[in-house]
Design a protein around this ligand. Structure first.
Ligand code: ATP
Length: 227
């Protein structure tokens, strides 16, 4: 089973509480979680990544148990071998494109060397047409270049799955269409399982092998299955 999870958690703040309670099993490669603002999409992705701990449930991705409340298994984020691409890409502002990508290979906190780069980085620079901007810093990049850098940094570590938080939200409409096509082709060629969260039905149309509709922390109805 590619994805098998039940995530239950109550979040309490001074004024209100929010309950996330979702369950799904699927053998698909591309899972899209669609929902309005505040539906619980980011919390779901964070639970998969190990950034928040569910009160109950389990999370298995690619047949590996990442979390199981009953069995008291809770792998640390870095042990989950998942790549998380944040909505704003979260590139390191003081590192250039090459170094940002190389950072994906690092275990420790030392910044990658500006001159001596791992050969794998060149492969990803080629694949994403980023060679021309390899020495530029994030503030010198277009939205699409930032997104490709973030994806390359995520994929260079050969993750078991790619977790994408609204990957097109920061792009203008024309670029959004182009980047959807790029990510579609890339995912098909690399065959990396992915979970993509979005509020945009068009993302679901392109990527949603299965689309889970989330509202108020719960799955709204059965997933749509695309041929
Ligand atoms: N630590 C917390 N304590 C209490 N409530 C929280 C906490 N974190 C998130 N929430 C609430 O949980 C709900 C779901 O949040 P989440 O960030 O998952 O929404 P989302 O679907 O990703 O929305 P958006 O599309 O706006 O990013 C929101 O109503 C939010 O206010």
């Amino acid at each position: 089973m590619q994805f098998d999870f039940r995530i239950y958690k109550t979040f309490r703040s001074a004024q209100r509480q929010f309950v996330l309670d979702i369950q799904w099993q699927s053998d698909c490669q591309r899972l899209v979680i669609l929902g309005e603002s505040g539906a619980g999409k980011s919390l779901t992705l964070q639970a998969m990544a190990g950034l928040i701990r569910p009160d109950q449930g389990h999370i298995q991705i690619g047949g590996r148990t990442l979390f199981d409340a009953d069995a008291e298994i809770n792998l640390a984020p870095q042990m989950r071998h998942l790549a998380y691409v944040f909505q704003d890409y979260a590139l390191f502002p003081h590192l250039n494109v090459r170094q940002n990508i190389e950072f994906g290979l690092r275990r420790g906190w030392r910044n990658p060397d500006r001159k001596n780069s791992d050969p794998q980085v060149s492969y990803w620079l080629d694949l994403f047409s980023l060679h021309a901007v390899a020495h530029q810093f994030p503030h010198e990049l277009s939205g699409g270049q930032k997104q490709r850098t973030a994806l390359a940094r995520a994929l260079i570590s050969k993750p078991a799955a790619l977790l994408l938080d609204e990957p097109f939200a920061a792009l203008d409409p024309v670029l959004r269409i182009a980047m959807r096509c790029e990510l579609d082709a890339l995912q098909q060629s690399l065959q990396v399982p992915m979970v993509l969260i979005t509020h945009d039905q068009r993302d679901a149309d392109v990527f949603g092998e299965e689309v889970l509709q989330l509202r108020h922390g719960q799955l709204l109805r059965q997933a749509q299955h695309w041929p």
